[in-house]
Design a protein around this ligand. Structure first.
Ligand code: 4AD
Ligand code: MG
Length: 457
């Protein structure tokens, strides 16, 4: 409709009123149906329709307009609609409708997450979210990966970090305990302790050992009590897993994958990204184009630590200490990416103590074949590794890290039967969206964020 030049034809539009202005003779309604950031302008001849009938058509009201498409003399649009008839589906009382014309803070909009998709900002963000989800499926499908569904309810804590939400049908008011005071899960729904998945990787690996190249894309849950702008308790993760890939192939896949998504965003979400660029972050478009043109820098954790130590020696202060063996905090990651290299960085070969049991061990006995992709403004956007394919080494490491072998016997079986080198990674979908939209709080790129003390909608 907005692009149509079929002036003179009868049209019908349905949508929500963004604004209404005008005088006693003529009224203008900016109407939006959610399909794009652009509104269509409805021109109302007051004498034809009567001033009274327009009264309830205020910001937020939902209407259906029958009219004629005409060339617009006004600026900002080619076409507008001369209204013949307006049907009001639902009014929105200006005294109580919380979304008025004036700009609202993102914090306030989070409190009305049920209505915020109706704002320009969240319309743009959620349209981009859709396009990125499609891009992810297209990327893998075009490369011959199979979309594999891993379970949401699970009994294994893949990352071993103890951040699982528990799933139970036990009566919490009347818990049966054994002599040692432990809860007896025999009566629970699954007959044992179960939880929501923190990652589909372990099951994804089983699939890669059969279908070759797979990916998962689904909700992931972590009960980590981190109230940060980059953590959610419920987020979406994309996890490719590929048989015969070594860490170098894994890095290349990650880089190609992210760039493909960014290109899709620029190709398909131009209006929305331009809006966000002008509204919140004037460097957004520049940053997206910049990253597309860069080869990601690849270096080892050990080299990264050296750079950070040099920064400290040179007078730079970090909140958290830097030493070989320390886990990198967001401030360290961002120093490498934003201050030192000014480019996305893939950091590899981390100390085994700070990484999960399943990562392939290097010959030095100290490091594992991990890789984290670090991005400007975000920090870690991808975490992955080559996997330990050797049965003995894997089960030994699992035991060292207190992962009960009896719980992962099925995972270990892949190493007993037809094992092979393989690699994979996990991309935090919302972290990608932070980068693509330029939003700074992860709660603003998912429709209904789940975070500590936050699950209203
Ligand atoms: O680095 P993580 O913990 O890696 C894994 O879960 C592996 N099993 C992935 C794999 O190799 N298949 O998480 C992967 C990514 C992180 O880099 C981050 O982008 C995102 O998931 N992520 C979160 N995003 C939002 N909120 C949280 N609480 C997140 N935790 C991780
Ligand atoms: Mg990680």
């Amino acid at each position: 409709m907005l692009q149509s030049k079929a002036f003179g034809t009868s049209v019908q539009v349905k949508g929500w009123v963004r604004t209404r202005r005008g005088n006693k003779k003529v009224g203008f309604i900016a109407l939006n149906d959610g399909s794009t950031i652009k509104n269509v302008q409805i021109v109302v001849n007051m004498e034809d329709l009567g001033e009274e009938s327009l009264k309830p058509i205020t910001t937020g009201a939902c209407i259906c307009v029958n009219g004629v498409l005409t060339e617009s003399p006004g600026q900002g649009q080619d076409a507008e609609i001369q209204a013949r008839e307006i049907h009001l589906y639902g009014a929105a009382d200006p005294l109580t409708y919380p979304l008025q014309k004036k700009g609202h803070s993102l914090e306030f909009l989070r409190e009305i997450a049920h209505l915020r998709p109706r704002t320009n900002t969240f319309g743009a963000v959620f349209r981009i979210r859709h396009h990125m989800a499609i891009a992810i499926h297209r990327f893998f499908h075009e490369r011959g990966f199979y979309y594999f569904h891993t379970p949401i309810i699970t009994t294994s804590d893949c990352e071993g970090a103890g951040q699982m939400f528990q799933v139970t049908t036990l009566n919490l008011y009347d818990l049966k305990k054994d002599k040692s005071g432990s809860i007896d899960y025999a009566d629970d729904f699954f007959g044992r302790q179960a939880g929501l998945t923190v990652s589909g990787q372990l099951e994804g690996e089983l699939a890669a050992m059969a279908l070759g190249a797979i990916y998962t894309f689904g909700p992931t849950f972590r009960a980590e009590n981190s109230n940060t702008p980059r953590h959610l308790a419920e987020f979406w993760m994309v996890e490719p897993e590929v048989a015969f890939n070594e860490i170098e192939d894994n890095m290349q896949l990650a880089e190609d994958f992210i760039k493909y998504c960014l290109r899709c965003a620029l190709d398909n979400c131009r209006d929305d990204i331009e809006f966000l660029n002008n509204m919140f972050d004037k460097e957004l478009l520049g940053r997206l184009n910049f990253v597309l043109e860069q080869d990601f820098i690849r270096l080892t954790y050990t080299e990264g630590i050296r750079i950070l130590e040099e920064a400290v020696a040179g007078g730079h202060t970090f909140e958290f200490p830097v030493f070989w063996g320390s886990d990198l905090a967001a401030e360290h990651e961002r120093y490498l990416v934003e201050d030192h290299f000014k480019c996305p960085v893939i950091l590899t070969d981390y100390p085994k103590e700070i990484k999960s049991f399943y990562m392939k061990q290097n010959d030095d006995g100290k490091t594992v074949r991990a890789m984290d992709v670090l991005f400007p403004k975000i920090g870690e956007i991808i975490g992955g590794s080559q996997r330990e394919e050797d049965y003995a080494k894997l089960s030994e490491r699992a035991q060292e890290m207190d992962v009960p072998l009896k719980d992962i016997w099925w995972y270990l079986d892949t190493r007993r039967f037809g094992t092979a080198p393989h690699s994979g990674f996990g991309l935090g979908f919302e972290r990608l969206l932070l980068f693509v939209t330029g939003m700074t709080n992860i709660r603003d790129v998912i429709p209904f964020p789940r975070a500590p003390h936050n699950a209203e909608f």
